[in-house]
Write a protein that binds this ligand. Structure first.
Ligand code: NCD
Length: 330
């Protein structure tokens, strides 16, 4: 029998990172500050350099990461699995665990987590209910929990890769003006990304969505204190000097009424004409993927389109950096 594992913390979950990732749960962008993100990005840069030089990375050798996905995912799931394996670690992969289970009551999710923490060194969880990652983090007393998307809540590792991509392109994360378009109500990637951009000075965001899909009021009120947010409802109101466009999918699975979904889906689409009319030379076009019609594939060849070329690979590199900082060292 192995020794019982050391407790990961005293009483806290949702610890601030404060430059130290060791054994921390990663639940929300609220835990981050610019210094911690810089550290994560420096580690990401190092990993990319080592991979280019064909160095074998072993920071997760001997470690097992449980990937518990209660909601369909191919991208984030694959990206985490790839990150673990590229670092010499192993995964326990469980997809579609207990869909529709009543996690709000705490019971079944907590039990699952308590079981899997004996099997693994960290748990990555995706779940359809907002707040579920926090419940999981409270249940896991020995291993860190990483939120890979909690319903309409947050998706911190997506925001990290998005921020890294913006940083790679502009060499800074302040003094930027961007556009975030689509389903801002239900889009968890957007919630985390705006929180991330609000950590830096002099950023501004144009928020383009149908009125019914605007940012949740509470989030809007909190964020508006920290970052300039301008809500618009029409492409004609887009300024032409933006640094990035971040487009998102209308989140069909969050709609109770399919008629309502049909009314708003594909209200905003990027086609080459919009890029010509409202774009500029220096900007980048981003999307967390999957897209379901909101970016015309003809835009893919535009060198400003980075969703496939940069965001996807950066997802693996930043997750490699995050896991390394939480569980090991390079
Ligand atoms: C996003 C998600 O799951 O929130 N996908 C992803 O993780 N890359 C975005 C989406 O599903 O629209």
């Amino acid at each position: 029998m192995t020794q019982p594992m050391e407790a990961k913390r005293l009483n806290f979950f949702m610890d601030k990172i404060n430059g130290n990732f060791k054994k921390k749960d990663i639940l929300s962008l609220d835990q981050f500050d610019p210094k911690s993100l810089s550290k994560l990005f420096r580690t990401t840069d190092t990993i990319i350099r080592k991979l280019k030089r064909k160095k074998r990375l072993t920071s997760l050798s001997g470690k097992i990461i449980a990937l518990l996905f209660f909601e369909p995912s191919s991208r984030t799931f694959g990206s985490f699995a790839s990150a673990v394996k590229r670092l010499g670690g192993q995964t326990i992969e469980v997809q579609d665990v207990g869909r529709n289970s009543s996690v709000a009551k705490g019971e079944s999710l907590s039990d699952t987590i308590k079981v899997f923490e004996s099997y693994s060194d960290a748990i990555v969880i995706r779940h359809p209910e907002k707040g579920s990652a926090k419940i999981a983090a409270q249940a896991a007393t020995t291993v860190p929990v990483i939120n890979a998307g909690d319903g309409t809540g947050e998706h911190p590792t997506q925001a990290i890769l998005d921020l890294y991509t913006i940083y790679q392109k502009f060499k800074r994360l302040d003094n930027l003006t961007g556009l975030i378009a689509g389903d801002l109500l239900n889009g968890r990637t957007v919630h985390s990304l705006i929180k991330g951009l609000s950590l830096y000075k002099k950023n501004a965001l144009y928020l383009l969505s149908p009125k019914s899909l605007g940012l949740p009021t509470e989030l809007m009120n909190n964020l508006a204190k920290k970052i300039r947010l301008v809500e618009i409802e029409n492409e004609t109101d887009m300024p032409t000097n933006l640094h990035f466009w971040y487009w998102t999918r209308v989140q069909k699975e969050r709609f109770k009424n399919l008629q309502e979904y049909k009314k708003v889906k594909n209200r905003f689409i990027i086609a080459p004409e919009l890029v010509v009319k409202k774009g500029n030379q220096h900007m980048i076009i981003m999307h967390p993927l999957p897209r379901v019609g909101e970016i015309d594939p003809r835009v893919d060849d535009d060198e400003r389109a980075v969703y496939l070329k940069l965001q996807v690979p950066n997802g693996v590199y930043t997750r490699m950096a995050l896991l390394t900082l939480i569980l090991s060292r390079l």
